[in-house]
Design a protein around this ligand. Sequence first.
Ligand code: NAD
Ligand code: UDP
Length: 307
Amino acid sequence: MRILVTGGAGFIGSHLIDRLMADDHEVICLDNFYTGRKHNVLKWLDNPNFEIIRHDVTEPIRLEVDQIYHLACPASPVHYQYNPVKTIKTNVMGTLIMLGLAKRIKARLLLASTSEVYGDPEVHPQTEEYRGNVNPIGIRSCYDEGKRVAETLAFDYHRQNNVDIRVARIFNTYGPRMLEQDGRVVSNFVVQALKGIPLTVYGSGKQTRSFCYVSDLVDGLMRLMNGNSIGPINLGNPDEYTVLELAQTVQSMVNPDAAIEYKPLPADDPQQRQPDITKARTELGWQPTIPLKDGLERTIEHFRTRL
Ligand code: NAD
Ligand code: UDP
Protein backbone atom coordinates (compact mmCIF):
# COMPACT_ATOMS: atom_id res chain seq x y z
CA MET A 1 0.00 0.00 0.00
CA ARG A 2 0.99 3.65 -0.31
CA ILE A 3 0.62 5.28 3.09
CA LEU A 4 0.80 8.93 4.14
CA VAL A 5 1.94 9.71 7.69
CA THR A 6 1.39 13.34 8.68
CA GLY A 7 3.65 14.31 11.55
CA GLY A 8 5.86 11.41 10.43
CA ALA A 9 9.11 13.02 11.56
CA GLY A 10 7.84 13.27 15.13
CA PHE A 11 8.12 10.86 18.04
CA ILE A 12 5.22 8.44 17.39
CA GLY A 13 5.14 9.07 13.62
CA SER A 14 8.75 8.03 13.08
CA HIS A 15 8.28 4.77 15.04
CA LEU A 16 5.15 4.08 12.98
CA ILE A 17 7.11 4.71 9.77
CA ASP A 18 9.77 2.20 10.87
CA ARG A 19 7.05 -0.47 11.15
CA LEU A 20 5.36 0.46 7.86
CA MET A 21 8.70 0.44 5.99
CA ALA A 22 9.60 -2.93 7.54
CA ASP A 23 6.26 -4.23 6.21
CA ASP A 24 7.29 -3.14 2.67
CA HIS A 25 4.79 -0.34 2.22
CA GLU A 26 5.47 2.84 0.28
CA VAL A 27 5.52 5.64 2.83
CA ILE A 28 5.16 9.39 2.42
CA CYS A 29 6.19 11.36 5.49
CA LEU A 30 4.68 14.83 5.64
CA ASP A 31 5.93 17.21 8.31
CA ASN A 32 6.61 20.90 8.95
CA PHE A 33 9.40 19.97 11.42
CA TYR A 34 7.95 22.04 14.27
CA THR A 35 8.68 19.31 16.83
CA GLY A 36 9.80 16.63 14.39
CA ARG A 37 13.34 15.96 13.21
CA LYS A 38 14.65 14.69 9.88
CA HIS A 39 17.07 12.67 12.00
CA ASN A 40 14.15 10.47 13.17
CA VAL A 41 13.63 9.13 9.64
CA LEU A 42 17.23 9.47 8.43
CA LYS A 43 17.68 5.76 7.86
CA TRP A 44 14.91 5.71 5.21
CA LEU A 45 15.97 8.75 3.17
CA ASP A 46 17.76 6.70 0.50
CA ASN A 47 15.06 4.03 0.32
CA PRO A 48 13.03 4.22 -2.92
CA ASN A 49 9.85 3.29 -0.98
CA PHE A 50 10.21 6.41 1.18
CA GLU A 51 9.47 10.08 0.48
CA ILE A 52 9.58 13.07 2.75
CA ILE A 53 7.67 16.30 2.15
CA ARG A 54 8.17 19.51 4.13
CA HIS A 55 4.62 20.79 4.29
CA ASP A 56 2.20 22.31 6.78
CA VAL A 57 -1.09 20.40 7.11
CA THR A 58 -2.99 23.67 7.35
CA GLU A 59 -2.24 24.14 3.61
CA PRO A 60 -3.97 21.99 0.96
CA ILE A 61 -2.00 19.26 -0.76
CA ARG A 62 -2.75 16.75 -3.52
CA LEU A 63 -1.43 13.21 -3.13
CA GLU A 64 -2.56 9.71 -4.10
CA VAL A 65 -2.44 7.22 -1.21
CA ASP A 66 -4.43 4.29 0.19
CA GLN A 67 -4.19 5.15 3.89
CA ILE A 68 -3.53 8.30 5.91
CA TYR A 69 -2.25 8.25 9.49
CA HIS A 70 -3.00 11.82 10.54
CA LEU A 71 -0.66 12.55 13.45
CA ALA A 72 0.52 16.11 12.68
CA CYS A 73 0.14 18.21 15.84
CA PRO A 74 2.52 19.06 18.67
CA ALA A 75 1.69 16.81 21.65
CA SER A 76 3.65 18.29 24.55
CA PRO A 77 1.86 21.03 26.52
CA VAL A 78 5.03 23.17 26.30
CA HIS A 79 4.99 23.05 22.50
CA TYR A 80 1.25 23.18 21.87
CA GLN A 81 0.89 26.16 24.22
CA TYR A 82 3.78 28.08 22.62
CA ASN A 83 1.52 29.14 19.73
CA PRO A 84 -2.03 28.12 20.73
CA VAL A 85 -3.72 29.65 17.70
CA LYS A 86 -1.45 27.64 15.44
CA THR A 87 -2.31 24.50 17.47
CA ILE A 88 -6.02 25.07 16.85
CA LYS A 89 -5.38 25.69 13.15
CA THR A 90 -3.35 22.49 12.93
CA ASN A 91 -6.08 20.46 14.61
CA VAL A 92 -9.07 22.00 12.87
CA MET A 93 -7.85 23.15 9.43
CA GLY A 94 -5.23 20.41 9.21
CA THR A 95 -7.79 17.67 9.95
CA LEU A 96 -10.34 19.27 7.60
CA ILE A 97 -7.79 19.31 4.78
CA MET A 98 -6.72 15.72 5.41
CA LEU A 99 -10.35 14.53 5.55
CA GLY A 100 -11.01 16.42 2.31
CA LEU A 101 -8.04 14.64 0.74
CA ALA A 102 -9.25 11.26 2.07
CA LYS A 103 -12.70 11.94 0.59
CA ARG A 104 -11.33 12.86 -2.85
CA ILE A 105 -8.94 9.92 -3.16
CA LYS A 106 -11.08 7.44 -1.16
CA ALA A 107 -8.32 6.74 1.35
CA ARG A 108 -8.87 5.46 4.87
CA LEU A 109 -7.87 8.08 7.47
CA LEU A 110 -6.82 7.38 11.05
CA LEU A 111 -7.01 10.39 13.34
CA ALA A 112 -4.59 10.52 16.26
CA SER A 113 -6.90 11.90 18.93
CA THR A 114 -6.08 11.96 22.61
CA SER A 115 -7.10 11.16 26.16
CA GLU A 116 -7.17 14.97 26.55
CA VAL A 117 -10.69 14.89 25.06
CA TYR A 118 -11.71 13.65 28.56
CA GLY A 119 -10.19 16.79 30.15
CA ASP A 120 -9.87 16.54 33.94
CA PRO A 121 -12.00 13.39 34.12
CA GLU A 122 -14.75 12.78 36.66
CA VAL A 123 -15.04 9.16 35.51
CA HIS A 124 -12.22 6.78 36.33
CA PRO A 125 -10.89 4.86 34.46
CA GLN A 126 -12.01 6.60 31.28
CA THR A 127 -14.22 4.68 28.86
CA GLU A 128 -14.94 5.86 25.32
CA GLU A 129 -18.54 6.65 26.34
CA TYR A 130 -17.40 9.31 28.82
CA ARG A 131 -17.92 12.76 27.29
CA GLY A 132 -15.26 14.54 29.24
CA ASN A 133 -14.71 17.56 31.45
CA VAL A 134 -12.81 20.09 29.37
CA ASN A 135 -12.32 23.77 30.12
CA PRO A 136 -13.15 25.43 26.78
CA ILE A 137 -11.20 28.61 27.54
CA GLY A 138 -8.17 27.27 29.43
CA ILE A 139 -4.55 27.06 28.35
CA ARG A 140 -4.93 23.41 27.31
CA SER A 141 -8.07 23.95 25.25
CA CYS A 142 -6.23 24.81 22.02
CA TYR A 143 -5.17 21.17 22.10
CA ASP A 144 -8.05 19.32 23.75
CA GLU A 145 -10.91 21.29 22.18
CA GLY A 146 -8.93 21.22 18.92
CA LYS A 147 -8.84 17.42 19.05
CA ARG A 148 -12.53 17.28 19.99
CA VAL A 149 -13.38 19.29 16.86
CA ALA A 150 -11.04 17.03 14.86
CA GLU A 151 -13.07 14.01 16.07
CA THR A 152 -16.32 15.80 15.18
CA LEU A 153 -14.99 16.52 11.69
CA ALA A 154 -13.96 12.89 11.25
CA PHE A 155 -17.40 11.59 12.22
CA ASP A 156 -19.23 14.21 10.12
CA TYR A 157 -17.13 13.39 7.04
CA HIS A 158 -17.90 9.74 7.74
CA ARG A 159 -21.68 10.25 8.06
CA GLN A 160 -22.01 12.86 5.32
CA ASN A 161 -19.42 11.72 2.76
CA ASN A 162 -18.75 8.08 3.66
CA VAL A 163 -15.12 8.80 4.43
CA ASP A 164 -13.52 5.68 5.86
CA ILE A 165 -12.27 6.82 9.28
CA ARG A 166 -10.55 5.38 12.34
CA VAL A 167 -10.25 7.40 15.56
CA ALA A 168 -7.65 6.53 18.21
CA ARG A 169 -7.69 8.20 21.62
CA ILE A 170 -4.03 7.94 22.57
CA PHE A 171 -2.99 8.09 26.23
CA ASN A 172 0.46 9.21 27.48
CA THR A 173 3.08 7.50 25.34
CA TYR A 174 6.83 7.57 25.86
CA GLY A 175 10.04 6.12 24.46
CA PRO A 176 13.18 6.86 22.45
CA ARG A 177 13.22 9.90 20.10
CA MET A 178 11.23 12.22 22.33
CA LEU A 179 12.90 15.62 22.16
CA GLU A 180 15.41 16.38 24.91
CA GLN A 181 13.47 19.63 25.50
CA ASP A 182 10.10 17.98 24.83
CA GLY A 183 8.67 19.06 28.18
CA ARG A 184 6.63 15.90 28.78
CA VAL A 185 7.15 14.17 32.05
CA VAL A 186 9.02 10.97 31.10
CA SER A 187 11.64 12.66 28.92
CA ASN A 188 11.98 15.50 31.44
CA PHE A 189 12.68 13.12 34.36
CA VAL A 190 15.04 10.88 32.35
CA VAL A 191 17.04 13.82 30.95
CA GLN A 192 17.18 15.52 34.36
CA ALA A 193 18.33 12.35 36.14
CA LEU A 194 21.01 11.71 33.50
CA LYS A 195 22.25 15.29 33.77
CA GLY A 196 22.27 15.08 37.58
CA ILE A 197 19.90 18.03 37.97
CA PRO A 198 16.74 17.95 40.14
CA LEU A 199 13.66 16.15 38.83
CA THR A 200 10.88 18.74 38.51
CA VAL A 201 7.63 17.44 40.01
CA TYR A 202 4.71 19.79 39.33
CA GLY A 203 2.24 20.20 42.18
CA SER A 204 2.16 17.52 44.87
CA GLY A 205 3.02 14.76 42.39
CA LYS A 206 -0.15 12.92 43.44
CA GLN A 207 -1.75 13.37 40.00
CA THR A 208 -1.72 10.14 38.00
CA ARG A 209 -0.92 9.10 34.45
CA SER A 210 -0.71 5.73 32.70
CA PHE A 211 2.34 5.38 30.46
CA CYS A 212 2.39 3.35 27.25
CA TYR A 213 5.63 2.35 25.55
CA VAL A 214 5.76 3.56 21.94
CA SER A 215 6.08 0.15 20.23
CA ASP A 216 2.88 -1.03 21.95
CA LEU A 217 1.09 2.11 20.85
CA VAL A 218 2.23 1.77 17.23
CA ASP A 219 0.97 -1.80 17.22
CA GLY A 220 -2.43 -0.56 18.44
CA LEU A 221 -2.59 2.16 15.77
CA MET A 222 -1.85 -0.36 13.01
CA ARG A 223 -4.45 -2.82 14.30
CA LEU A 224 -7.03 -0.06 14.42
CA MET A 225 -6.16 1.14 10.91
CA ASN A 226 -6.41 -2.34 9.43
CA GLY A 227 -9.37 -3.63 11.47
CA ASN A 228 -13.10 -3.06 11.19
CA SER A 229 -13.77 -0.93 14.26
CA ILE A 230 -13.88 2.79 13.49
CA GLY A 231 -13.57 3.90 17.11
CA PRO A 232 -13.15 6.13 18.95
CA ILE A 233 -10.99 3.65 20.78
CA ASN A 234 -8.68 4.18 23.76
CA LEU A 235 -5.06 3.15 23.20
CA GLY A 236 -2.89 3.28 26.29
CA ASN A 237 -1.36 1.27 29.07
CA PRO A 238 -3.78 0.88 31.99
CA ASP A 239 -0.99 0.67 34.61
CA GLU A 240 -1.48 3.89 36.56
CA TYR A 241 1.24 5.73 38.53
CA THR A 242 1.43 9.00 40.40
CA VAL A 243 3.88 11.49 38.95
CA LEU A 244 5.90 11.24 42.17
CA GLU A 245 6.10 7.44 41.80
CA LEU A 246 7.40 7.96 38.27
CA ALA A 247 10.02 10.43 39.53
CA GLN A 248 11.14 7.99 42.22
CA THR A 249 11.32 5.12 39.73
CA VAL A 250 13.48 7.12 37.31
CA GLN A 251 15.58 8.33 40.25
CA SER A 252 16.22 4.78 41.44
CA MET A 253 17.03 3.56 37.91
CA VAL A 254 19.36 6.38 36.85
CA ASN A 255 20.67 8.35 39.76
CA PRO A 256 19.56 7.71 43.38
CA ASP A 257 21.33 10.96 44.35
CA ALA A 258 19.25 13.13 42.02
CA ALA A 259 17.06 15.54 44.00
CA ILE A 260 13.33 16.07 43.54
CA GLU A 261 12.24 19.68 43.22
CA TYR A 262 8.58 20.70 43.52
CA LYS A 263 7.26 23.31 41.05
CA PRO A 264 3.79 24.87 40.67
CA LEU A 265 1.12 22.72 39.03
CA PRO A 266 0.16 24.13 35.60
CA ALA A 267 -3.47 25.29 35.20
CA ASP A 268 -6.07 22.62 34.32
CA ASP A 269 -3.58 19.77 34.78
CA PRO A 270 -5.75 16.60 34.87
CA GLN A 271 -5.72 14.99 38.32
CA GLN A 272 -6.04 11.37 37.26
CA ARG A 273 -5.90 9.51 34.00
CA GLN A 274 -6.18 5.82 33.20
CA PRO A 275 -7.58 4.23 30.06
CA ASP A 276 -10.28 1.59 30.13
CA ILE A 277 -9.02 -0.55 27.23
CA THR A 278 -11.83 -3.13 27.19
CA LYS A 279 -12.82 -1.96 23.70
CA ALA A 280 -9.25 -2.23 22.33
CA ARG A 281 -8.95 -5.70 23.88
CA THR A 282 -12.19 -7.01 22.45
CA GLU A 283 -12.35 -5.18 19.11
CA LEU A 284 -8.66 -5.11 18.18
CA GLY A 285 -7.27 -7.98 20.26
CA TRP A 286 -4.76 -5.42 21.52
CA GLN A 287 -3.17 -4.76 24.87
CA PRO A 288 0.22 -3.33 25.89
CA THR A 289 3.02 -5.80 26.53
CA ILE A 290 5.89 -3.63 27.81
CA PRO A 291 5.87 -2.87 31.55
CA LEU A 292 6.95 0.61 32.67
CA LYS A 293 10.35 -0.51 33.99
CA ASP A 294 11.30 -2.21 30.70
CA GLY A 295 10.16 0.75 28.64
CA LEU A 296 11.99 3.15 30.92
CA GLU A 297 15.18 1.10 30.61
CA ARG A 298 15.07 1.39 26.81
CA THR A 299 14.27 5.10 27.01
CA ILE A 300 17.06 5.77 29.50
CA GLU A 301 19.54 3.87 27.31
CA HIS A 302 18.50 5.94 24.29
CA PHE A 303 18.94 9.26 26.09
CA ARG A 304 22.21 8.14 27.67
CA THR A 305 23.65 7.61 24.17
CA ARG A 306 22.11 10.79 22.78
CA LEU A 307 23.15 13.19 25.53
P1 NAD B 1 5.46 15.07 18.26
O1 NAD B 1 5.39 16.50 18.63
O2 NAD B 1 6.73 14.34 18.45
O3 NAD B 1 5.06 14.86 16.74
C1 NAD B 1 4.17 15.70 16.05
C2 NAD B 1 4.69 15.88 14.64
O4 NAD B 1 3.78 16.69 13.90
C3 NAD B 1 6.05 16.58 14.61
O5 NAD B 1 6.91 15.93 13.71
C4 NAD B 1 5.69 18.00 14.12
O6 NAD B 1 6.77 18.63 13.46
C5 NAD B 1 4.51 17.70 13.22
N1 NAD B 1 3.61 18.86 13.04
C6 NAD B 1 3.10 19.66 14.01
N2 NAD B 1 2.31 20.60 13.45
C7 NAD B 1 2.31 20.38 12.11
C8 NAD B 1 1.70 21.03 10.99
N3 NAD B 1 0.90 22.10 11.15
N4 NAD B 1 1.95 20.53 9.76
C9 NAD B 1 2.75 19.46 9.58
N5 NAD B 1 3.37 18.82 10.59
C10 NAD B 1 3.13 19.28 11.84
O7 NAD B 1 4.26 14.35 19.03
P2 NAD B 1 3.89 12.81 19.17
O8 NAD B 1 3.99 12.46 20.59
O9 NAD B 1 4.61 12.01 18.16
O10 NAD B 1 2.34 12.87 18.81
C11 NAD B 1 1.85 12.48 17.55
C12 NAD B 1 0.33 12.57 17.53
O11 NAD B 1 -0.21 11.72 18.54
C13 NAD B 1 -0.21 13.97 17.79
O12 NAD B 1 -1.33 14.19 16.96
C14 NAD B 1 -0.64 13.91 19.24
O13 NAD B 1 -1.70 14.82 19.50
C15 NAD B 1 -1.08 12.48 19.38
N6 NAD B 1 -0.98 12.03 20.79
C16 NAD B 1 0.23 11.77 21.34
C17 NAD B 1 0.31 11.38 22.67
C18 NAD B 1 1.61 11.06 23.35
O14 NAD B 1 1.62 10.78 24.54
N7 NAD B 1 2.73 11.05 22.67
C19 NAD B 1 -0.87 11.28 23.43
C20 NAD B 1 -2.08 11.58 22.83
C21 NAD B 1 -2.12 11.94 21.50
N1 UDP C 1 4.94 16.93 35.01
C1 UDP C 1 5.83 17.06 36.05
N2 UDP C 1 7.10 17.46 35.79
C2 UDP C 1 7.55 17.70 34.54
C3 UDP C 1 6.64 17.57 33.46
C4 UDP C 1 5.33 17.19 33.73
O1 UDP C 1 5.47 16.83 37.22
O2 UDP C 1 8.73 18.04 34.39
C5 UDP C 1 3.57 16.48 35.29
C6 UDP C 1 2.45 17.31 34.67
O3 UDP C 1 2.09 18.37 35.52
C7 UDP C 1 1.36 16.28 34.53
C8 UDP C 1 2.10 14.96 34.27
O4 UDP C 1 3.43 15.19 34.71
O5 UDP C 1 0.64 16.15 35.72
C9 UDP C 1 2.13 14.58 32.81
O6 UDP C 1 2.57 15.69 32.07
P1 UDP C 1 2.89 15.62 30.51
O7 UDP C 1 3.20 17.02 30.07
O8 UDP C 1 3.88 14.57 30.25
O9 UDP C 1 1.54 15.11 29.84
P2 UDP C 1 -0.01 15.50 30.02
O10 UDP C 1 -0.16 16.48 31.14
O11 UDP C 1 -0.38 16.08 28.71
O12 UDP C 1 -0.64 14.23 30.34
